[in-house]
Write a new protein. Sequence first.
Length: 351
Amino acid sequence: MAQAQDEKPIFQTDTMSLKKAKILAIPVIFSTPETSFGFGGGGQLFLLQKSNIYNERLSNILFTAIYTLNQQFIIDLKPQIYIDKGDFFLDIAYKFKIYPNLFWGVGANTPESNQEQYDMNSTELRVAFLKRLPPDLNFGLEWVFQSHQVTETAEGGLLAGGDIVGFDKALINGLGVIFNLDSRDDVASPFDGHFLQLNARFSSENFGATQGYNKFITDLRTYRPIGRNSVLALQIYQESTFGEVPFQGMSWYGGGERARGYFRGRFIERHQYVLQAEYRHRFHPRWTVAAFALVGEVAATGDEFFRYMKPAAGGGIRFKLLKDQNTVVRFDYGFGLAGSSGFYFGVNEAF
């Protein structure tokens, strides 16, 4: 799989307003380390009924369909629905992937010479239902389902050897508990406030999962305004897994959200932490520039967290699609150690 090239994303937007909804269409062309050159389309449906609005937040359904030159096909669907003016919140994420990918093994310091290609088809669904305790506390339950089918591996490779859990397939199925404090002024592009979330997930063979394991996630974010047009965003993210964990359910380092500058999945292990900071400056009502820096690691145990630290830095630009909504498209470039780098396209901020 080729390293990402400096492709300039091109997009146009269009909107259609109905009495109770607004639709935003976003055709896109992009390039990332994991996909190489890709193209597709998507959109965002905003629900305008008063019962589906919480403060300034509109219930919405974000959807995309993408094809890449690496012969990957991805469908994403993300409904986020406020009910009874925000007293309840339904958060759903569905993803279907036909996804040729790269694998270097499990570990925090796997050598580049391990690289092999494999093909995997995946269906992922997460459904969370939260109750709000005014003003900013939320708690609830979630259901997590993932079906991963490895369809092809490299002859003589690590996955073909059959020693890695999930080498042929993995079915993850179980329940989770969520507790968070969310005082952000906006979800798509926060300028002020905090987001503090604790999440525990339990995949069980009693629900048909191929392996039983537990995952615990801590996500702490704060947004500090600097003057009228700038904000400093900070995040501490940590996740840990315990039990017989397939590699698909482990912590994957890299990607467009938590470790820009590294191929997502270049390093895979049971535990992960990421510390990142991003400075964002709005120089035009619809344009923002950003610079970020981060450090993180994956490890087999928590006491190995600082053995192979992996820093990265970079920057990018954001464009606000509509004057009256804060949905943005994001283009970033990040670079890490040993020549690792990549361009990233995303809808809304990385965190």
